[in-house]
Design a binder for this molecule. Structure first.
Ligand SMILES: Cc1ncc(COP(=O)(O)O)c(C=O)c1O
Length: 355
């Protein structure tokens, strides 16, 4: 069958985004591959889900997730008109592409970064330009600006490196870019600072956040976008009419009303990140300072390649993430920060492999 007649050339040409493995739970595995939170959401948040009135499930949810926008506005000192809610932040990235990237327009990112940006740009028929980070994960500011992109995306902290670009450079990007600047703050709750204050001064800035990492609700798919009311109004036109389901809206409101209850788990993850980074460095891995809930570890010199490490750790029952299709990441493993026990088991497995 010649499907080429029917499928859009952009879709035929692309490989498609490869999500990390989500095991079925049949075999006990230590899951350090997709940056979920190793701790459950606080009891008050989980409790909210048990109190759902199931007879309301036959009705559509509030189309614009108004209760979530109001709770987020109160939590982050914004107005509800400055907020759009997504079915995860991946949904918001799709909305951003569809709102701001005309066919052939340029989307520019520093690379390596979250590879979904590339896939979504291809789907949109945009022109994708990845500019390599300068040595030491420094921002290639002038090369990014030279592209005059319709959409410039910066993950801060970046994935998979975990490093953060100084906020002055984010402001400079906004001020000197002719297009929209997206600051992807998926991991910002694990970092020392965030870009929210820039919303007051930078009219072309859109910040996106997710409930999948720090908020421990990856299974519910919830994300937030913050921008000026004028930009948010246009993005509302592009989203699916009912893009966030009732259960997710309930949980999001509960999470936003219980932000303080998340602090102990965030603190524990930051502490484990420090411990794991030092322990890996002692074992010969190179690990840049991370402000996210993962580290990017370059494997020690020796016979075992990055791909070998991935495979042997899997045999030990430990899943980590490997991006070997990117030549810049062949010798690196991205390791999610887990509980102290999980980190101990990881280090014990590494010690066995190095022995
Ligand atoms: C940088 C970055 N942005 C966005 C996402 C998407 O998060 P979600 O769609 O679960 O909100 C991820 C997920 O891994 C990510 O690493």
């Amino acid at each position: 069958m010649n499907i080429r007649r029917w499928v859009r050339p952009e879709v035929l040409a692309m490989a498609g985004y490869q999500p990390g493995e989500q095991p079925d739970g049949a075999r006990p595995l230590i899951k350090l591959n997709t940056n979920e939170n190793p701790y459950d959401a606080p009891p008050a948040v989980l409790q909210a889900l048990t109190e759902v009135d199931c007879s309301r499930l036959r009705l559509y949810p509030e189309p614009s997730s108004r209760p979530v926008r109001e709770a987020a506005a109160a939590a982050y000192g914004l107005r509800p008109e400055q907020i759009l809610v997504g079915n995860g932040s991946d949904d918001l990235l799709t909305i951003l592409m569809r709102t701001f990237v005309a066919p052939g327009a340029t989307v520019c990112v520093p690379e390596p970064t979250y590879s979904l940006y590339h896939s979504l740009c291809q789907l949109q028929g945009g022109h994708f330009v990845g500019i390599p980070w300068h040595d030491g994960w420094q921002l290639p500011l002038s090369a990014l600006l030279a592209q005059q992109a319709a959409l410039l995306i910066l993950a801060r902290p970046n994935a998979p490196s975990g490093h953060v670009v100084p906020l002055q450079q984010v402001a400079a990007l906004c001020q000197q870019s002719p297009g929209i600047v997206v600051l992807d703050e998926a991991y910002v709750d694990f970092a020392d600072d965030n870009g929210l204050a820039l919303l007051h001064t930078e009219e072309n800035l859109v910040i996106i956040r997710t409930f999948s990492k720090s908020m421990a609700l990856a299974g519910l798919r919830i994300g937030l976008a913050f921008a000026s009311p004028a930009l948010i109004e246009q993005m509302h036109k592009v989203r699916d009419s009912y893009n966030v389901n009732r259960l997710s809206q309930l949980a999001a409101v509960a999470a936003l009303g219980n932000l303080a209850a998340y602090q102990p788990s965030l603190q524990a993850i930051r502490q484990q990140r420090q411990r794991l980074s030092s322990a890996l460095r002692q074992r010969g891995f190179q690990v840049p300072d991370s402000q996210a809930n993962f580290v990017l570890a370059t494997v020690p010199p020796g016979p075992r390649s990055g791909a070998d490490w991935l495979a042997t750790l899997r045999q030990e029952g430990i899943l980590v993430r490997y991006f070997g299709s990117d030549p810049a990441l062949r010798q690196q493993l991205r390791i999610t920060i887990g509980t102290p026990e999980e980190m101990q088991q990881l280090l014990a497995a590494i010690d066995r492999l190095l022995a």
